[in-house]
Design a protein around this ligand. Structure first.
Ligand code: NAD
Length: 242
């Protein structure tokens, strides 16, 4: 039974990914930041249908916390077969209002957080010459989004990280890919008005907003051996938006 660690798994896309991996018979390390109750609820629901899951707390902005998180998962489940860097934040505002704090917070979470988790998970993957890393970027990291300059830059950086690291780790049989979701129905978009959501749906060729479990299936595919000859790729899950 392979093991996956998913960051930001207490809600949204990470939560849906936790269920998708568990249904596919993976052991799931459900990582949460502050939402312990929701993290434990995800674990309970997975156990309810006979899956194997455990909750772990950690702040991906801290390299030390990421090392402790990976060590705790290894103690519980053994070495990781897959790492899903899903945790992220969006702090929309105009460029003139995005001061150094907003830039630092956005980059520290969306880009350096993935770096911290990969740095912590990599040693055991290198020893075993086995592993898959899936990063959750965004279509805005490809196209850019107005009023989301730091977020777009961070998600574009995550795509660069994915492609470069795939080249570096390929000879060690470690695959690195990312998904680039479009507009997905989660708390991240809770601040958007119904009119904004309708407009985004109208601009999407499939004429609707995406669901978290639709992104989760793409993440699971890239992490699984079904994608064994796929690395360095960006899989759009955006209803055709781009
Ligand atoms: P969400 O806000 O529901 O989930 C984000 C998760 O990240 C939360 O569980 C949160 O606790 C966690 N997190 C934030 N900061 C953290 C930290 N410092 N340490 C650990 N965990 C932290 O949003 P979501 O839509 O489920 O987003 C999941 C991923 O998908 C994010 O990377 C997001 O950028 C990306 N994404 C979302 C959309 C969308 O439309 N919802 C589109 C493209 C990409």
């Amino acid at each position: 039974m392979p093991t996956v660690l998913i960051t930001g798994a207490s809600r949204g896309i990470g939560r849906a990914a936790a269920f998708a991996f568990a249904r596919d018979c993976w052991r799931v390390a459900v990582c949460y930041h502050r939402a312990e109750k929701q993290g434990l609820e995800v674990v309970e629901s997975i156990r309810d249908f006979g899956g194997l899951a455990y909750a772990f707390q950690g702040d991906i902005r801290s390299p030390e916390a990421c090392e402790a998180l990976v060590a705790a998962v290894a103690d519980q489940f053994g070495p990781l077969d897959a790492l899903v860097n899903n945790a992220g934040i969006s702090l929309p505002c105009q460029f003139q209002d995005a001061g150094p704090e907003i830039w630092a917070e956005t980059l520290n979470t969306n880009l350096l957080g993935a770096r911290n988790m990969i740095a912590a998970a990599l040693p055991s993957m290198l020893v075993r010459k086995q592993g898959a890393i899936v990063n959750v970027s965004s279509m805005w990291g490809i196209s850019g989004a107005s009023c989301e300059v730091p977020y777009s830059a961070a998600k574009a950086g995550l795509i660069g990280l994915t492609k470069a690291l795939a080249k570096e780790l390929g000879p060690s049989n470690i695959r690195v890919n990312c998904v680039a979701p479009g507009v997905i129905q989660t708390d991240m978009n809770a601040a958007l008005s119904p009119a904004d959501m309708e407009e985004l749906a109208a601009r999407t060729p499939l004429c609707r907003i995406g669901q978290a479990d639709e992104v989760a299936e793409a993440i699971l595919f890239l992490a699984s051996t079904r994608a064994s000859f796929i690395t360095g790729q960006v899989l759009g899950v955006d209803g055709g938006f781009l």
